[in-house]
Design a protein around this ligand. Sequence first.
Ligand code: SF4
Length: 212
Amino acid sequence: MIGDIMAISRMRMATDGEGVSTLVGFYDCLLHCKYCINDACHKSKNYYTSTPRGAYTPKELMKILKKDSIYYMMTGGGIVFGGGEPLLQSAFIHEVCRLADPEWKLRIETSLNVPWRLVEPLVEDIDEWIIDIKDINPYIYYNYTKKENKRLTCNLARLIEVVQKEKLRIRVPLIMGFNTEEDVAVSVEWVKKNLDVDTEVFKYYPVKAKEL
Ligand code: SF4
């Protein structure tokens, strides 16, 4: 099994949850956010051969991840799967999680806007689901991502049934030019009412950010 990996970023602190972590960023994403910070993820396949460009087996990836094991264990950190949309490669991630030290924290940063069959393999593996829901208003969501958010809301409802709510970290951005503080408040309230989970509000800016 091969993972199509865009970047591996080691020794990250205070950016992806508690402790020291290694971010594994995957190619591909089904959304097309206006202010995408990792637009390179949309170019996953080699143009001429259609083969993955950042190909790793789970064992090859684990060899790199293990280098910082002592730091993960000392700080409550571990691995963060991001992207792109990591859930598009959930079968690969599941294999990596099976090889991970049980003391590492395993986190995923996702839009959760993928078919449920791609979420399910990781339900038992992931310690923290960091989910950026953009905006709960379908029109705002579509305007910003060019995708509908029905699948996201359905997946949230299913996920809360199978994982402890303490494992969910829901993020709601204020997106300049797309939603307002009032819209953000509506999203925050929707999450509280439907999932009984607190949210983290943050801001997107219309800047061309650096890739991973
Ligand atoms: S979900 Fe993330 S990777 Fe995907 S288009 Fe939006 S910002 Fe880019």
